[in-house]
Write a protein that binds this ligand. Structure first.
Ligand SMILES: [Zn+2]
Ligand SMILES: [Zn+2]
Length: 349
């Protein structure tokens, strides 16, 4: 079969490799759509994965074409989205059902081969059934949608909240859609990119703030009678946004950090005072899993997509084939261009 293998940082090659055979607890999935995750970019272009060579790609969906002997509940021609984490099921965190914290996990597309390939053998317990009318490329976005929903669960964010979301990448845009779906009536989107803000508007944001040319905190105050929002999601990973997220919160507000900041964070004195005097909570959010595995984040994402309340179609900016994978990562590195979700179709669209 055809697959994209990574041999070193910035070294992706389209190769002919052996088609995998499913173990007894796995199915063989024909990969119909696989997306580029924000985390793939540093892994492929800068940091390198945990093992080499490896087939990257962990946001994917496909069709079951072979079923392992011990697998029940799955048949050939079923459609599935896939949760990429393979928890150890033995550490203290797995025992508590906090799978995002597992200390000895495997992962499709980084520690194990992933889905930049025509086929992948996947554990049946990682599958989520898609109905026949849900597009495969929607199924391939359940991962970022589940990451967004996990942040809402972490911050205990509900419809009575007002919300600011920093960073309109795929997870931020799903956060806007999910906020709308659960009935939040004041949703503020912040990004530096005008095109991404336009997408945020179509996803349900009530107010848009361009942090490149507007005063973020002044605008948020203007939109909230001077209070700030009761919940804030920081999904950009930019240090400046992590500080603004604190300044954007109302008294007793909850701020959820999800975006990865690879540098340091200097918190100015007025923001520190705000945390203390406003009794703010700063909460971390990591990945997307809960009990029972893979978690309500995943089943809710699939359900809301099937009900049309989450619309991944708004996020997909590029539709390409497997042969295009190396060039796309080279381009991201060398000639920055506007993209949101980049989707590959190993068997054509
Ligand atoms: Zn991802
Ligand atoms: Zn574990």
């Amino acid at each position: 079969m055809k697959a994209v293998q990574m041999f070193a940082v910035k070294d992706l090659r389209v190769n002919e490799v052996e088609k995998p055979a499913p173990q007894d607890d796995e199915v063989l999935l024909k990969i119909m759509a696989v997306g580029v995750c924000g985390s793939d970019i540093p892994r492929i272009n800068h940091k390198g994965p945990h093992v080499l060579p490896v087939i990257p790609g962990h946001e994917f969906a496909g069709e079951v074409i072979e079923v392992g002997k011990e697998v029940t509940g799955w048949e050939v021609s079923d459609r599935a989205a896939v949760a990429p984490l393979i928890p150890c099921n033995q550490c203290e965190w797995c025992e508590q059902g906090l799978y995002s914290l597992c200390e000895d996990y495997k992962y499709y597309g980084s520690r194990n081969d992933g889905a930049f390939a025509e086929y992948l053998a996947v554990k049946a317990e990682n599958l989520l059934k898609l109905n026949k009318t849900t597009p495969f490329d929607w199924g391939a976005t359940v991962d970022p949608a589940a990451n967004a929903i996990h942040a809402f669960f972490r911050g205990d964010i509900g419809k009575e909240d007002t919300l600011t979301v920093f960073g309109m990448g795929a997870i931020g845009l799903f956060a806007i859609q999910y906020a709308k779906a659960i009935g939040i009536t004041k949703i503020i989107a912040v990004d530096i990119n005008t095109e991404k803000l336009e997408t945020a508007k179509s996803c349900g944001a009530d107010y848009l703030i361009n942090s490149g040319n507007e005063s973020v905190i002044e605008k948020i105050k203007e939109y909230t009678n001077g209070d700030g929002t009761t919940a804030v999601l920081e999904m950009s990973g930019a240090a400046i946004a992590q500080v603004q997220a604190v300044q954007a919160a109302a008294k007793m507000g909850r701020i959820v950090y999800l975006g990865i900041n690879n540098g340091n964070l200097d918190i100015p004195n007025d923001a520190i005072n705000k945390i203390l005097r406003g009794q703010l909570s700063i909460i971390g959010s990591w990945n997307s899993f809960s009990n029972p595995f893979p978690g309500k984040e995943w089943t809710e994402s699939v359900r809301l997509m099937e009900e049309g309340k989450l619309n991944p179609g708004k996020l997909i900016t590029h539709r390409l084939g497997l042969d295009d994978v190396p060039e796309v990562f080279r381009k991201i590195d060398k000639e920055p261009f506007h993209f949101n979700k980049i989707m590959f179709y190993p068997h054509g669209e």
